[in-house]
Design a protein around this ligand. Structure first.
Ligand code: 5GP
Length: 215
């Protein structure tokens, strides 16, 4: 199919404070929605045990990351807890041009950059049910020491305060209903007239041709 006759993919941005479980949510979401992919970011953060390069992230050095910033390779990027994270402009364009929908799991600053860049996207903010539950989850995963947990909770408060900047909100109280809510948002966005325009035109044309033939 030529690119003019193919629908361009839709871009989704998902943000949530760390510990909200957004990665699990979005992993389940992409398993459930055909044609939806999760973007793979670049990061300067060191790999954690169990992670793999090119799977969880593209792991690069800070120097390589800074060089990519200089050449404008990132559609958005941010410094999160002292590490750099970014979404490749070229990778994103390739996926959308192929007609696939793409979800970026990025922080609040990155989502702001997408908006400032006037990049068409639907944004979703995932909220933890409460401060207490987020605190429990952060302690439960025992990845961070006490000062790190405190820092994440303070950042989380600022991030939750940014919920008004997003198009949709999902509270992650229970995994399954939260995934379904996310899925509903994606399905509804894909059914918007603007997103369906090419299909609708094709259907209309089939009528026009038949009626022209029979007259
Ligand atoms: P982690 O190091 O725990 O994998 O991720 C830390 C934070 O970085 C998360 O809030 C995650 O959403 C955010 N993040 C991951 N990739 C990107 C990205 O490409 N851009 C931005 N702005 N944030 C990202």
């Amino acid at each position: 199919m030529s690119s003019e006759s193919r629908r361009r993919g839709l871009l989704f941005v998902v943000s949530a404070p760390s510990g909200t479980g957004k990665t699990t949510l979005v992993e389940r979401l992409v398993e459930r929605v055909p044609n939806l992919r999760m973007s793979r970011s670049y990061t300067s953060r060191p790999m954690r045990p169990g992670e793999a390069d090119g799977v969880d992230y593209h792991f690069i050095s800070r120097e390589q990351f800074e060089a990519m910033i200089r050449t404008g390779a990132f559609m958005e990027w941010a410094d999160v807890f002292g590490n750099l994270y970014g979404t490749s402009r070229a990778d994103t364009e390739q996926v959308l041009a192929r007609g696939e929908d793409l979800v970026l799991v990025i922080d609040v600053q990155g989502a702001r950059r997408v908006r400032q860049g006037r990049i068409p996207a639907t944004s979703i903010f995932v909220l933890p049910p409460s401060f207490e539950i987020l605190e429990q989850r952060l302690r439960g995963r025992s990845r961070d020491d006490e000062p790190q947990i405190r820092r994440r909770l303070a950042v989380a408060r600022d991030e939750v305060g940014a919920y008004r900047e997003y198009d949709y909100l999902v509270i992650n109280d229970h995994l399954e209903p939260a995934v379904e809510r996310l899925r509903s948002i994606v399905v509804a966005e894909c059914a918007r007239r603007e997103a369906m325009e090419l299909d609708a035109k094709r259907i209309l044309e089939s009528f026009t041709k038949r009626i022209a033939v029979s007259n």
